[in-house]
Design a protein around this ligand. Sequence first.
Ligand SMILES: [Zn+2]
Length: 197
Amino acid sequence: MCHAFLTDANFYRLLFEIDESLAEEVRARGCDCGGRLHSARYPRKPRGIRSALDASDARRLSFCCARDGCRRRHTPASVRFLGRKVYLGVIVVLLTALQHGLTVQRRDQLIEALDVSPQTLWRWRRWWRERFVQSRCWRALAGQFVPPLATACLPGSLLERLRGTVLSERLVQLLVLLSPVTTATGSLRVGGNPQRM
Ligand SMILES: [Zn+2]
């Protein structure tokens, strides 16, 4: 494995802690109707590095309004789950960001270790090119970079502009920037119902 942090449980714990703080903001705000939010996590079976994941990674943090007649679901942004994709966001980002930066051999090793099919990779690339660039999250982000980011090279073009000497640090920053795309209000609804990828 050429990216050691991918097998480091501490890396996933950090992502979980970021998700917990994003969730706490949502919980503290409460529902628009004034109701309190109760925890209503839903199960996920993320694919990726199983050995480094624990039970906390099998749940997406989410809430439900406690008030009868409302019961609205509120799902906070996440740095772990990139929409409904079955792979963890970090893996989707890494494999699509590094498609130009790795030797063919190293990339193939990573793909094989993670058991990602060529069709899945192809769908992820298409998602960046077609869906992500239409999202509200992207429109908000794009304006912050001068010179503009090359959309054809997303997410690699974004990753290389972030600060941090270590790849894992830049990946975490990138996942935080992307996290609004993981909520219904963020934009995954743009372009229709996302497929499971
Ligand atoms: Zn409510």
